[in-house]
Design a binder for this molecule. Structure first.
Ligand code: SF4
Length: 254
């Protein structure tokens, strides 16, 4: 039997709302109602441009104009409401890639980019863990830094990095590829052009692995017959709200 697969997105969905997880991953509604939104599309467009930037050799090899041209070429309109909205996001994207370029050009290239935008998977025993790594850097001391781009955040701090579920999942994926390497996890917030990195030692990662195993066991052993939704702040913008109201009797708690 094929092992179930879990990604950070799937795990975060469950932690947000188990009913949402049910709709999204255990019924056809998940596929039917999956629609790109402007924020998601904007992030994906930036990821493609930054992937191109690093794959082409970074600021040493590429001019700022070439990066802007790449953003133009790689831009996708799918997910924006109209052409004007797409153009407004693209203008913002030009500003963000410009400041990213500037920061990369000014920084001495101590770390080497090992890869960008790579999908990894790891057999965790009862399940498969998957995740797409935005960027993996190797420092001169051999340590590896896993970098996650965030295109919407106005700021980032150490606590946010230390508590980031996706980055810990990525660390487990990278650990299998590069065992025994010291690891750092980092969020690169593109709006403020700020990167915050924290070390992640092997004990902390092992502790996370135990928590993750427990979370996955909880999901796999859930009794999905009992679906009693309760109103949470997330409901207001949830794509499954109408389903919850119509089929499960969800009411807005005043
Ligand atoms: S509407 Fe609320 S209860 Fe229903 S799936 Fe979405 S978040 Fe969960």
């Amino acid at each position: 039997m094929r092992k179930p697969t879990f990604s950070p997105t799937k795990l975060t969905t469950y932690l947000t709302c188990r009913i949402k997880y049910h709709w999204a991953y255990m019924t056809p509604y998940g596929r039917w109602m999956r629609r790109p939104n402007p924020a998601f599309t904007f992030g994906a467009n930036l990821h493609r441009a930054l992937d191109y930037f690093h794959t082409a050799g970074g600021a040493e090899k590429l001019s700022p104009d070439a990066l802007h041209h790449a953003l133009e070429q790689l831009w996708s309109d799918a997910g924006f409401e109209n052409a004007q909205q797409s153009e407004a996001f693209k203008q913002h994207g030009r500003e963000l890639v410009s400041q990213y370029y500037q920061a990369q050009a000014e920084q001495p290239p101590e770390a080497v980019v090992l890869f960008t935008e790579r999908m990894l998977r790891r057999d965790m025993g009862r399940y498969i863990l998957t995740g797409r790594i935005d960027r993996l850097d190797e420092h001169p001391d051999g340590s590896l830094e896993i970098i996650d781009y965030k295109s919407g955040r106005a700021d980032v701090d150490e606590t946010q990095v230390q508590n980031d579920l996706a980055l810990h999942c990525y660390a487990l994926l990278v650990q299998e590829l590069y065992p025994d390497r010291p690891l750092w996890i980092a969020i690169y917030a593109l709006r403020p052009n700020k990167k915050v990195a924290v070390p992640l030692d092997a004990d902390a990662l092992e502790e996370f692995r135990a928590l993750l195993d427990g979370l996955v066991a909880q999901i796999l052993d859930e009794d999905w017959e009992i679906l009693t939704p309760r109103w949470i702040p997330h409901c207001a913008g949830c794509e499954f709200l109408e389903l919850c109201v119509r089929k499960l009797g969800l009411t807005h708690a005043e």
